[in-house]
Design a protein around this ligand. Structure first.
Ligand SMILES: [Cu+2]
Length: 80
């Protein structure tokens, strides 16, 4: 019997749960993560239970409600 390689699709997903009336999740670049600035055209998630597909490498997210990112509401996820 011949062995057949089966392609496996691996999706790395991060789940963000929060109260959407007081927080959101914005996918930003490294600069936006460091400076807490939302780049133009950045994707904003605001359902309160977001499933976000990660790209390989670092993925940066902030909450862009005023003052939140500045007080630490941000995350860098390294997907490998
Ligand atoms: Cu927030």
């Amino acid at each position: 019997m011949e062995e057949v390689g089966i392609p496996v699709l691996v999706e790395i997903v991060e789940v963000f749960k929060y109260d959407p009336t007081v927080h959101n999740v914005v996918a930003v670049d490294k600069g936006g993560y460091g400076s807490c600035r939302t780049p133009a055209g950045a994707r904003v998630y605001k359902t309160g239970k977001d499933l976000i597909q990660l790209k390989k490498g670092f993925n940066f997210f902030i909450c862009n409600f005023p003052g939140h990112c500045e007080s630490g509401m941000k995350i860098a996820v390294n997907a490998s």
